[in-house]
Write a protein that binds this ligand. Structure first.
Ligand SMILES: O=C1NC[C@H](CO)[C@@H](O)[C@@H]1O
Length: 434
């Protein structure tokens, strides 16, 4: 009997250690843990990663491999990637799209996600995959609304009415048919088996987290309050669905924080209290939020930076109170003088990145809930030759999605000074005491 008990104890210990060495990122209190050690990271946004991985014609697998090597060498090994897009009539929507119509998916683009995950796994990188978009550049929620209602898409790039667009997108949360199509898309991606590795996505530790959407908001700041209950319920229900499908991986919302929660941090807390959401996300966009000037980021940089650092501290403090890790999963700043050209200066951006990273590191060193960041966004060797700087189907991809000038926020492979700032931060994060 003693022998049997010792064998059982040995087996239990082995199972526990195997679970610890599973390679999956876990949450323990307000921290991430990976293979028994704290997991903290310096990452990037790479929205088009799956597009680059698509079979040649749409993708560029040589570029993808080369740029994953470049990112890994710089210590940038957590990538936030678009994992579902919807065919749309938007002027500035990406095409082709993964979902051509409700329930129909482009196998080539899904193979692009297979290829990306296989290449990331080979480099021991982690992926955060978002499954929808509050904005129009990948179709997103407003495209679902158009499919469900039969109305033409509400296109902010033709109407200029961004408040109306946000209210229209928020209709998505309460349209049952749109939710059914979205949940089918979730099951299609989350339930997929990688055609290259043969590994089911839910069994692949490369996938750190499934994100409900990119920047989901309750609606416009002015008119969005009546939508908040449906928004909060949508988060709880959708996160619960994904947890059931992928119990080994994490779930997050993709929220911007207070600025994406009707500018109310309490609403952000209320929307993220559900135990179905494992960790918090927030974003930082000083020029989009008018804390800094798009056309001259140096002009109000110091005051914009002070406001930005306060926004960072506020969200890390809230995460600590909620007992959940938090990630700054987007931040960016314009090139000097608001230029787009990769040859233009980035002095203001470098100052901004360095100051943000200093604050994140300081809070990590203090043992606070901040676990990592993903700058927006890796542009690699992507370049445009279009006189209007705008992307069109067939063009190379950059860090700027189709609704923005190709060079607005991209960190190109030629931006050596900024890349060194990120790489230096990555080294400092890795050097942190456990
Ligand atoms: O998710 C996002 N947040 C801000 C980016 C830059 O404006 C934008 O391109 C993207 O939609």
């Amino acid at each position: 009997v003693r022998l049997a008990v010792s064998c059982l104890l040995l087996l239990a210990a082995f199972a526990a250690s195997a679970a610890e060495q599973s390679g999956f990122v876990k949450v323990e209190g307000a921290r991430f843990v990976l293979d028994g050690k704290p997991y903290r990271f310096a990452g990037a946004n790479f929205w088009y990663g799956a597009y680059l991985g698509a079979p040649d014609g749409i993708g560029d697998r040589e570029r993808l491999r080369a740029e994953l090597d470049q990112l890994k060498a710089a210590g940038i090994d957590n990538l936030r990637v678009l994992a579902m897009s919807e065919a749309s009539g938007f002027k500035r929507g990406v095409s082709p799209a993964i979902m051509s119509e409700p329930g129909k998916y482009d196998e080539d683009l899904l193979q692009g996600l297979d290829y990306l995950l296989a290449e990331m796994a080979r480099r021991d990188m982690k992926a955060v995959l978002y499954l929808n978009n509050f904005w129009q550049w990948s179709g997103g929620m407003s495209q679902y609304v158009s499919w469900a209602t039969g109305e033409p898409v509400f296109d902010p790039d033709t109407t200029g009415d961004w408040n109306g667009f946000m209210q229209n997108s928020a209709r998505f949360y309460a349209i049952a048919e749109a939710q059914a199509w979205y949940r089918d898309a979730i099951r299609t991606v989350v339930g997929r088996t990688n055609g290259i590795t043969g590994v089911a996505y839910v069994d692949d530790p490369t996938v750190m987290s499934w994100q409900l959407a990119n920047e989901p908001r309750p609606g416009s700041d002015k008119d969005g309050h009546p939508n908040f209950p449906a928004y909060r319920e949508w988060i709880h229900d959708t996160a619960g669905l994904i947890r059931g499908l992928a119990p080994k991986q994490l779930v997050s919302t993709g929220s911007e924080g207070a600025m994406g929660s009707l500018r109310d941090i309490d609403l952000f807390v209320q929307a993220h209290r559900t135990p179905n959401v494992d960790y918090l996300t927030f974003h930082l966009w000083p020029s989009n939020w008018s804390w800094v000037d798009h056309d001259d980021p140096a002009a109000r940089l110091e005051s914009g930076l002070a406001t930005s650092l306060a926004y960072i501290d506020e969200h890390i403090d809230v995460a600590g109170k909620m007992g959940k890790p938090i990630v700054l999963s987007e931040f960016g700043l314009n090139r000097d003088g608001g230029a787009f050209s990769p040859e233009s200066g980035v002095q203001a951006r470098d100052r901004f990145y360095a100051a943000i990273f200093d604050r994140l590191l300081q809070r990590m060193q203090a043992g606070d809930a901040i676990a990592g960041s993903n700058f927006w966004a890796w542009g690699g060797r992507g370049r445009t030759t279009n006189p209007d700087w705008m992307w069109k189907a067939g063009d190379p991809f950059t860090g700027d999605p189709p609704q923005e000038a190709q060079g607005l926020f991209s960190l190109f492979d030629s931006d050596a000074s900024t890349l060194e700032i990120v790489s230096s931060h990555a080294r400092a994060v890795r050097a942190l005491a456990p």
